[in-house]
Write a protein that binds this ligand. Structure first.
Ligand code: ADP
Length: 647
């Protein structure tokens, strides 16, 4: 029937002309044109055409939106949609809006003409909605959606690839299909999955540079070759009709999905481009998902293997106190778990181990950082607690039972040896005193006797220091009372006035303003000042100055012991608090064994304080000690002291 009105809507003048002049040439249709969706809508509303051929992507109102609005306005006008890319999303929407056919650019003009004739023919006999092509497309789309859903939920790469290839062959009604991926190392395409492809071709590799599939990788565009009576095309194999679509992840092409007819002399349909492109989109997402899943699985397996094999106990507990992770060594601490997997249970339900529960008790605010945890069989573990942001607290515990045992043996040995050494040393000292009483000594004999006495005194000091350090580290006999640091410092200094005078050193105490008390052991704190002042006098030349200042700053009591002595080089400064460490250049010139500062450091630590040194070689040294003031309440001080002792 002639005289039917067709409305062509396209924002490209070239495309409008093409559709109007070339496509409709030869048929006796009346052609109206509109330059965009809005104009198309207005024209169609004013004078409804028999068919609309519309571009999809247009400014303001897309082709689909225009058709949807017309439907809402009660105009059920058959339409053909022309899109730049085949997307399953658009296809489904188009079908719902009553679009009878859609073409993906570039398309075959003859096929469009056939579609126009078919649709108008159906309209003439009142069969628009139930047209057979519509049914077929609906079926294809449903299949596509079902495949899409199933492959994107799959995590097994092999299965995804073979299902996609099979689906492509089915949807395109093709003879065979291949899914090729780009080998990231060689840059070549290799067949990763195939359907009905003969065995010999499965191992083929194609260069991206000059192959048809390679062109799809390079351009990122589908490639459709075919048509009735088509000559055989030579790719790696002879085909009559072929469709390759890219597998794209963002803008990168990771492979090519292809369907072809080799033996059957039947062309593939242009419509397959949209459907197979949509399938390729699904496949690309599924491939990426599967790869990511495989990667994270591999990482997870590696981590779990490490956690299972390490000798340390690793336990992760969330902020509420539920177990998130627990390796076999840590499981030994969960005495109430039995054979049950403890993950997800409250830690307090899984163990009665008080030392572990105490360590994880952060009800007081800040959680502890370090502590010792005992296991039922008398093993002792050193535990570090650290926060895993957003997850909870991780406890890592190392077995230190043998170290504890060694430490105990060392302490016992030290106590025994010092006891056994003291008696003969006392005897030596006594006899040296007696020598001079039983008869006059000559000058040299008197000098030797003095040297022996001095050496014995050095050994006694060393033993005293070692014992003291041992006791402080073991936390033995530690007293806790409110004490005044300026007072303790004064007593300590008084004992050294004589020594300072001998060297012509000015020794003074400065205690500015009200200094609040601290909570601690007066004997040990006195020892702390004594060691620092003794060092200051020892390492300061004749005529220098040694100053002890005690002040209060921001709720803390600050003590500074400074001198105008030889100073400590920057290289030595980090090590001087280590046991037996002496700065370069002092050995032989100054008496000492390198234990004084480590004793000071241990005392400061025990009191929850901090100590550091500032020094300029040749100019002098200042040691600064910061201790929490007892203005805080007892609990606050205890928690401060506890915090520093643990760290
Ligand atoms: P020592 O018995 O050697 O004095 P300490 O542990 O008391 O041992 O000090 C360690 C080292 O730190 C000393 O050997 C010395 O090199 C350096 N040192 C400590 N105090 C001072 C100071 N006031 N001036 C210069 N050097 C010092």
């Amino acid at each position: 029937m002639a005289g039917e009105r067709i409305l062509v809507v396209d924002d490209s003048a070239q495309m409008r002309d093409f559709l109007a002049n070339v496509v409709l040439l030869g048929d006796d249709y009346v052609v109206d044109t509109a330059e965009d969706g809005a104009e198309g809508l207005a024209v169609a509303l004013a004078n409804p055409p028999d068919l609309i051929i519309t571009d999809q992507a247009m400014p303001q109102l897309s082709g689909l939106e225009m058709v949807e609005e017309l439907r809402q306005a009660g105009h059920d006008i058959p339409a053909i949609l022309i899109t730049a890319e085949g997307s399953e999303n658009i296809a489904v929407r188009a079908l719902r809006a009553g679009v009878m056919d859609y073409f993906v650019k570039p398309f075959d003009a003859t096929e469009l003409q056939e579609a126009i004739q078919r649709i108008l023919r159906a309209a003439r006999v009142g069969n628009v909605r139930t047209g057979v092509p519509d049914q077929r497309r609906l079926e294809a789309l449903n299949t596509l959606i079902a495949i899409g859903k199933s492959v994107t939920s799959l995590l097994d790469l092999e299965m995804i690839l073979s299902r996609v290839t099979e689906a492509a062959v089915y949807l395109a009604g093709a003879e065979e299909g291949t899914l090729m991926l780009v080998d990231s190392e060689t840059g070549e395409l290799y067949v990763r999955a195939a359907k009905n492809l003969e065995e010999g071709l499965r191992s083929m590799r194609l260069p991206v540079r000059d192959s048809l599939a390679g062109r799809v990788v390079k351009t990122g565009q589908p490639l459709f070759i075919g048509g009735e009576g088509m000559q055989k095309i030579k790719t790696q194999y002879l085909v009559r009709s072929l469709l390759y679509v890219p597998l794209k992840v963002r803008d990168r092409v990771i492979g090519v999905l292809g369907v072809h007819n080799r033996l059957v002399d039947r062309p593939l349909s242009q419509e397959a481009v949209g459907i197979i492109s949509a399938l390729a989109d699904y496949a690309a997402i599924a491939i990426v998902n599967a790869r990511l899943f495989a990667q994270s699985e591999a990482e997870r397996t590696k981590l779990s293997r490490i956690l299972h094999q390490i000798q340390d106990a690793v336990l992760l507990v969330d902020y509420e106190g539920r177990i998130v992770l627990c390796n076999p060594v840590a499981q030994k601490f969960l005495d109430r778990a039995g054979d049950e997997n403890p993950v997800g249970h409250w830690i307090s339900d899984m163990t009665d181990n008080v030392s572990l529960l105490d360590l994880l008790d952060w009800s007081t605010g800040e959680p502890p950082k370090q502590g010792e945890v005992r296991l039922g069989d008398e093993r002792i573990f050193n535990a570090q607690v650290s926060e895993v942001q957003g997850v909870g607290w991780a406890v890592v515990m190392q077995d230190i039972t043998h170290l504890k045992e060694l430490s105990r043996i060392k302490s016992e040995l030290l106590t025994m040896a010092s006891h056994d050494l003291r008696s003969p040393l006392t005897a030596i000292l006594t006899y040296i005193e007696l020598i001079s009483r039983v008869g006059e000594l000559n000058e040299r004999q008197a000098q030797f006797a003095r040297q022996v006495k001095q050496s014995v005194q050095s050994i006694t000091e060393l033993i005293d220091d070692l014992l003291r350090l041992n006791q402080i580290e073991a936390g033995l006999g530690h007293r806790q009372e409110r004490v005044s640091l300026p007072q303790i410092a004064r007593h300590a200094i008084e004992a050294f006035q004589g020594q300072a005078e001998v060297k012509g050193i000015r020794l003074r105490l400065e205690a500015e303003g009200e200094v609040p008390p601290v909570f601690g052991d007066p004997v040990r704190l006195r020892h702390m000042y004594a060691n620092l002042v003794e060092n200051a006098i020892k390492y300061t030349p004749q005529g220098g100055e040694v100053r002890v200042a005690v002040t209060e700053e921001g709720g803390e009591v600050i003590s500074r012991v400074s001198d105008t002595g030889i100073g400590i080089s920057p290289e030595d400064q980090p090590h001087i608090f280590n046991q037996f460490y002496r700065a370069s250049g002092v050995t032989g010139k100054y008496r000492g064994i390198g234990l004084g500062l480590s004793i000071v450091k241990s005392i400061v630590d025990r009191h929850g304080g901090r100590i550091w040194v500032e020094s300029q070689p040749g100019q002098g040294t200042t040691f600064t000690i910061v201790l929490p003031a007892a203005t805080m309440n007892e609990d606050e001080i205890q928690s401060e002291v506890g915090r520093y002792r643990r760290s």
